[in-house]
Design a protein around this ligand. Structure first.
Ligand code: KG4
Ligand code: ZN
Length: 336
């Protein structure tokens, strides 16, 4: 089965063609980062408009790369939520309309299920069951995954998502959006141990997270060391980035380890934008080594938003017989 995947939930237009036997044939991404850069965050209306401009040319390009025509496509998968309603509507309308025109089934995919299954596109995919840490700009969740579609939420953030915390900390240090990669780069020059930031909720039992206190702590530290330009000096900024990242990473590591121990599972999948963080990967590797557990993640470009993960997740659902009606429905808020 040949499936076209469409992702437009936020600020990336992602397209891909996935074949259930031959694997991923082609994928393409148009990032709107430059469009939103001057606003320090994603402007929903600009995002929708840019998806409208880019989606059809990108579909043509990716289908040409996959060397396929409309007649070869057996189904279309699009992100139906969660995300920005206007942005979601673009992908859903185009996906649903093309499926109607080409007389093939369509399926609406949960964006976080896409992230969760992205590591399945790699050479040594994880076997079920596993624990998944979903860490993106909008979500921080620990999920027990029995098989595709059988997900049990173990814990989640009670306030900010981990990626959101990275973005806000970056803004405090006058770094560009999205802040995660910028904080990670700056942290490399930081002096470990100069500052020690709180590890939120690690002393409490359970698998929930909270990052808003860490955000306030970061803001107060930035203010304390700010010079005339409102910013700490370069080295202090790097030291703050380092302490912030260490606090997020060690919080995530502690909870992942706890989730594996609680479920008795030995496989951990990390997915979503923050799973691209190299410190997180290294620290998890170290902690999991001690308890004989294995870690899986997607290649770098499939950690953040992309069409390949939606094509893959949609292909599984289409193969299982799931179909969307003709109505174009999106769910900006949608639990996994
Ligand atoms: O999964 P994603 O592309 O979009 C959402 O579904 O939200 O995740 C984007 C988030 C942003 O908050 C971004 O700052 C964060 O992932 N991110 C990172 C890194 N790369 C992206 N955070 C920490 N370290 C990174 N290397
Ligand atoms: Zn995402």
């Amino acid at each position: 089965m040949l499936v076209l995947g469409v992702e437009t939930s936020c600020d990336e237009t992602g397209l891909a063609v996935y074949h259930t036997e031959r694997g991923l044939l082609a994928h393409g991404l148009y990032s709107q980062v430059a469009v939103h850069a001057e606003y320090g965050g994603v402007v929903p209306e600009l995002a929708s408009r840019d998806h409208v401009r880019k989606i059809l040319p990108l579909i043509r390009e990716v289908m040409a790369d996959a060397n396929c025509s409309a007649a070869d496509i057996d189904g279309i998968a699009y992100t139906a939520g969660p995300g920005l309603v206007g942005a979601l509507m673009v992908g859903a309308s185009v996906g649903r309309a093309l499926a109607y025109a080409w007389d093939v089934p369509a399926v609406g995919v949960h964006h976080m299920e896409g992230h969760l299954l992205a590591p399945m596109l790699e050479d040594s995919p994880p076997e079920f069951p596993f624990v998944a840490l979903l860490v993106s700009g909008g979500h921080t969740q620990l999920v027990s995954v029995a098989s595709i579609g059988r997900y049990q939420l173990l814990g989640e953030s009670l306030d900010d998502a981990a990626g959101e915390a990275f973005d806000k900390a970056a803004k405090m240090l006058d770094l560009d959006y999205p802040g995660g990669p910028h904080i990670a780069r700056l942290a490399e020059r930081g002096t470990p141990g100069r500052f020690s930031f709180p590890r939120p909720m690690v002393d409490r039992p359970g698998l929930d997270f909270s990052f808003s206190g860490l955000k306030t702590y970061t803001l107060n530290t930035v203010a304390k060391y700010a010079g005339a330009d409102g910013l700490p000096d370069e080295q202090t900024s790097a030291d703050i980035a380092c302490a912030f990242q260490e606090a997020v990473v060690s919080t995530l590591v502690i909870k992942c380890r706890r989730a594996l121990e609680a479920t008795g599972l030995k496989r951990l999948v990390i997915a979503g934008g923050v799973s691209a963080n190299t410190r997180l990967r290294a620290e998890l590797e170290r902690a999991l080594g001690k308890i004989g557990a294995e870690m899986f993640y997607a290649r770098h470009e499939f950690c953040t938003d992309n069409g390949a993960m939606i094509a893959y997740a949609g292909a599984q659902r289409l193969a299982a017989g799931q179909r969307e009606s003709l109505a174009v429905n999106v769910r900006p808020r949608w639990p996994l």
